[in-house]
Ligand binder design. Structure first.
Ligand SMILES: C[S@@+](CC[C@H](N)C(=O)[O-])C[C@H]1O[C@@H](n2cnc3c(N)ncnc32)[C@H](O)[C@@H]1O
Length: 374
């Protein structure tokens, strides 16, 4: 099994103390004088490394409290790279310093609200469950591309003895979270730096359109999961479907569907790779691969009360997210202007609210296990 090379260590969201630089016990014995290393004094006593910060002396101030502008200046410098957000067409996007990928969705308040609403839809369609894998007292859980961190926060509450880690390109997660939860800024398309065989559960949700190399992501998941641990994916294929002919070919909604899937293909992260995940999971080494397909209605058109409720929330999330889902893909891939997009979206919203139109997406849930011995 390959050991991930620490090429791009995740950036911690909250400021952390500087890591002490340990020296090898060989380089200094118990009687050795303190060693000067990068401004730190490091003493090794047996196998205990003590790091001293000789520069830590209190300065004398005339004022008793730090001013807001002083506090602000630290936030500004901390946020310099990962929070160098891009602003395009009135929306905020992740920092380009984090990645060369072109993640197509914004990371602003409106998008975060949509993600939280989407979380509600996904919990509802799974009858309130946060996961399907048969977890038994998990100790470490990884949420890949955590978004607002809402799933990770609920998992940390559900499994208080587990440590949950959520990573993402953008540090948009709340600061005050359960003590057993950590958020990291990371690009999951790069080499993972987590220890091999260290997580009981790796969870991936709504990352289609973000990930260009799914086989690699699933291989890295396999390496990171402990023997006997699980990976789970919940991903739509994002092809607008209709079984009863109620979506006219020439409707704005049908046209939007084609532009949307074409746009994802255009940035090299196609939505329609989702049905192929069984093969990728098998190739990565997973066994007991279970695949379920849910029909996710885009409005409350279903007779069944549960599916009607799911469809109602999905419609709200879809309408709220329509601009975000379209802007980047339609301008960059299809060369459309913002006014052109606005006109199309106004018609699409009407179609989405039309009770006579019955569309849905296929939502795939995969659960797979890493064998005890590999
Ligand atoms: C559609 S959101 C889904 C968020 C969350 N998994 C959920 O289900 O609520 C996709 C998330 O993946 C993140 N993302 C996209 N590409 C990424 C990458 N290469 N590495 C890490 N995060 C990424 C985005 O910043 C965004 O928060």
């Amino acid at each position: 099994m390959a050991t991930p090379a620490p090429t791009s260590p995740p950036k911690s969201v909250s400021p952390k103390p500087v890591s002490p630089k340990a020296v090898s016990p060989k380089s200094a014995g118990p009687s050795s004088p303190p060693e000067q290393s990068a401004g730190l004094d490091v003493t090794v006593h047996g196998d205990v490394t003590t790091t001293l910060h000789p520069e830590l002396e209190a300065e004398t101030y005339t004022e008793s409290a730090y001013s807001d502008s002083e506090v602000g200046s630290y936030t500004t410098s901390l946020s310099s790279s990962v929070m160098h957000y891009r602003f395009e067409n009135g929306r905020r996007y992740h920092s380009q310093s984090m990645t060369d990928t072109s993640y197509f969705l914004p990371n602003d308040e409106a998008e975060n609200d949509r993600l939280d609403l989407n979380h509600h839809v996904l919990c509802l369609i799974q009858h309130g469950k946060l996961h399907a894998a048969p977890l038994d007292e998990p100790q470490k859980i990884l949420d890949v591309g955590t978004g607002t961190g809402i799933w990770a926060i609920e998992m940390a509450d559900l499994y208080p003895t587990a440590h949950v880690v959520g990573n993402d390109l953008s540090p948009i997660q709340p600061r005050w979270v359960p003590p057993n939860l950590t958020f990291e800024v990371d690009d999951v398309e790069k080499e993972w730096t987590h220890k091999p065989n260290s997580f009981d559960f790796v969870y991936v949700r709504y990352m289609v359109g973000s990930i260009k190399d799914w086989p690699r992501l699933l291989k890295q998941s396999f390496e990171t999961v402990k023997p006997g641990g699980y990976v789970e994916l919940l991903e739509p294929d994002s092809t607008l479907r209709c079984d009863d002919g109620s979506l006219p070919e020439d409707s704005a909604l049908a046209q939007w569907g084609k532009l949307f899937t074409g746009g994802a293909r255009g940035i090299g992260a196609p939505f329609d790779d989702t049905p192929n995940f069984s093969g990728y999971l098998r190739d990565a080494g997973f066994v007991d691969i279970k695949r379920e397909i849910f029909k996710l209605p885009n409005s409350p058109w279903a007779k069944d009360p549960h599916m009607k409720e799911v469809g109602g929330y999905q419609m709200a999330a879809f309408i709220e997210g329509l601009e975000a889902l379209s802007l980047f893909l339609f301008t960059t891939v299809h060369g459309m202007s913002v006014p052109e997009i606005d006109i199309l979206l106004a018609q699409v919203r009407k179609d989405m609210k039309n009770k006579a139109i019955h569309t849905y997406f296929n939502l795939y849930r995969y659960v797979a296990r890493k064998p005890e011995s590999t």
